[in-house]
Design a binder for this molecule. Sequence first.
Ligand code: MGD
Ligand code: MGD
Ligand code: MO
Length: 700
Amino acid sequence: MSAAVRPYLAPPTNGIVRGACPHDCPDTCAMLVTVENGRATRVAGDPDHPFTQGFLCAKVNRYLERTYHADRLTQPMKRVGPKGSGKFAPVTWDEALDEIAARLGAIVRGPHGGQAILPYSYAGTMGLVQAESMDRRFFHTLGASKLDRTICSTAGMEGMRMTVGANMGADGEGASQSDLILLWGTNTLTSNPHFWPFVLEARAKGAPVIAIDPIRTRTAEQCDEWIGIRPGTDAALALAMMHVMFAEGLADEDYIARYTLGADQLRARVAEWTPERASTITGIPAERIARLGRQYGTAKAAFLRANYGLQRHYGGGMAMRTIACLPAVAGHWRRPGGGVQLSTSFGFRYNTAALQRADLSPPVRTINMIRLGDALTLPDAGVGGPPVQALVVYNSNPAAVAPDLGAVRRGLAREDLFTVVLEHFMTDTADWADIVLPATTQLEHWDVHFAYGHYQSTLNRPSIAPVGQAKPNSEIFRLLAARMGLTDPCFQDDDITLIRQALDTPHERMQGVTFERLLERGWVRLNVPRPFLPYAEGNFPTPSGKCEFYSERLAALGMDPLPTYTPPKELPETAPELAKRFPLVLISSPRHKFLNSTFVNIRSLRGDAQPECVLHEQDAAARGITDGMAVVVHNDRGHFRALARVGTGVRPGVAWAPSVFWTKLAPDGHNANDTTSQGETDLGRGAVFYDNLVDVQPAD
Ligand SMILES: Nc1nc2c(c(=O)[nH]1)N[C@H]1C(S)=C(S)[C@@H](COP(=O)(O)OP(=O)(O)OC[C@H]3O[C@@H](n4cnc5c(=O)[nH]c(N)nc54)[C@H](O)[C@@H]3O)O[C@H]1N2
Ligand SMILES: Nc1nc2c(c(=O)[nH]1)N[C@H]1C(S)=C(S)[C@@H](COP(=O)(O)OP(=O)(O)OC[C@H]3O[C@@H](n4cnc5c(=O)[nH]c(N)nc54)[C@H](O)[C@@H]3O)O[C@H]1N2
Ligand SMILES: [Mo]
């Protein structure tokens, strides 16, 4: 560590410290943490940050309750009861690290080598240091299996990449200048609340706000209109909207001619997609589809906010690709407030190669994280090669969030599997561990963050000393590397060095994003104009440099090179036999006060809430289910208990289980992921959480 950074290392005893919200959310807020006598006493949103605008969400307002929670893991623990019993005894860090190093070392030297080790992590924190630096270096050097991190967004990301070239879209800060806002498969008030003020500004100037969602979410209720689309059918709606725009002369022919590829083929394709045809698929009246196409085509700068909900179906990649064609047809990319945003993440070009050091890894197999059940239960891990003998989990709670939990639990129960979990709490996953290591929270470590809903880079400074004996993930992997005799100098880098390495890049958009500026202000806007109009004059990062209505890359994958509708695997019309037994599509999207499975154990946020299942009154009546009744949601993969909520908050044929509950806090030890499948999406090998047929019946 260089002398220059030393003064920053210790958190202050008193004062306000600038931090970043670590959670997996588009908003990545700039936080101000008040510290008094070494204890954090308040967290607040930075009023100067253009997206945070001075407020935090319902969950992160409780961050102190989480940090100082009586159940915080404060020392390393070793299993003393049977697997999964949750019985542990404290051990010292030395004992814990020695044992892990010995067990992993034996596997590396054994007949199968490092590939029998599987790291498993996702976005418990999105910080680059605590989520993708020392950990990656460590596993790369051991020659561990690689993990394909697909659980959330890869289908949509690939869909965006095929059409516009990258997962980078319109700037939410421009949305206030929009004249039509479509919230498409996104529950903004729950999962992206800092976007809402921009929506309200646009609405105040007259922009209609429309939600397209099978569920009448709290967001849809606040919109001017709710369009209750059938699950997984969004591409059909987008194709018909383009049909109307071309048929009625509403396309921006100049933009199309300059900046797009394959317009003639697209025109021919969407000619087949009349509103009437799309109506039978989407369940939306043809007249409403035609009018939506007209509204979109006559608007000057429609902001289409898509979120990841709509791509959690088999055809999710193609659906996102198809929707992403709309602003190019209408020319809306030209103007502030126009365009589509799935994410802004590709805007951030940190030097992740330097952080992760993939060059340290020998050629190894890759395991898809959403197939963890298969990976742990099949002899060749489901992909060829050795069985998984050790699993190291951090920043994730797969025993609650991974699909097909029955298979996941069978795998975690294996007596011969050595499982290490780095955590803040005894989660569903930690219960299955052999060794649990206490990790620091965001108030206790350094980090640097990208965002996927805006274009600001954010630094996190520690505001308090680690609680108990907790250590940052980065430090834990550093210590393990030393224990295992890994001598590459990269294992000496401290967290501030890692941050500097992440920022050390010649990329144009990263110019001006320096450690010094981040220290001073907490956050820095990328080197892009405000609002950022990435495709106003083309410049699509596709192979052709154009918006690709026609995609050679899709053709090369054996897929339809043109936008099309790819139905879900589990809809009555695609799986008629299955649907006879399981006629309802279950959507298990986020519950307002949970963040995936994080915060479920925070009393003030969970309250006395039980797992719930929202049903349309017709579907409930047909099953003799009334509001408040205990029900079982089930299919061939599994089942979970819930309280029925009956009304008109979902469209008929759809059930909603707000998620993701900890199974150990559920009445029957199960959650919605007992029913979800390990299936993969058409693009990106992503999860199909909402492509899920079930039935619901009274519990007793
Ligand atoms: N409070 C809270 N905030 C969160 C999260 C959380 O768990 N809680 N999760 C975070 C994470 S990890 C992510 S990835 C992001 C985004 O998180 P997402 O998982 O995208 O969550 P939502 O924004 O709720 O979007 C899901 C919406 O899509 C709808 N939907 C489902 N299927 C379809 C479909 O086929 N078509 C259409 N049009 N709509 C459909 C659902 O009904 C739901 O309202 O949010 C983040 N923010
Ligand atoms: N049925 C259903 N399943 C879903 C979803 C859904 O909508 N429906 N959503 C999916 C989506 S979008 C996602 S992104 C995934 C999310 O899945 P995960 O990324 O696994 O997210 P969480 O459930 O929030 O678990 C994160 C864990 O990381 C821990 N953690 C946080 N910070 C740190 C840290 O600094 N160090 C360590 N060691 N641990 C830390 C937290 O305590 C928490 O237990 O779930 C998916 N699963
Ligand atoms: Mo996610």
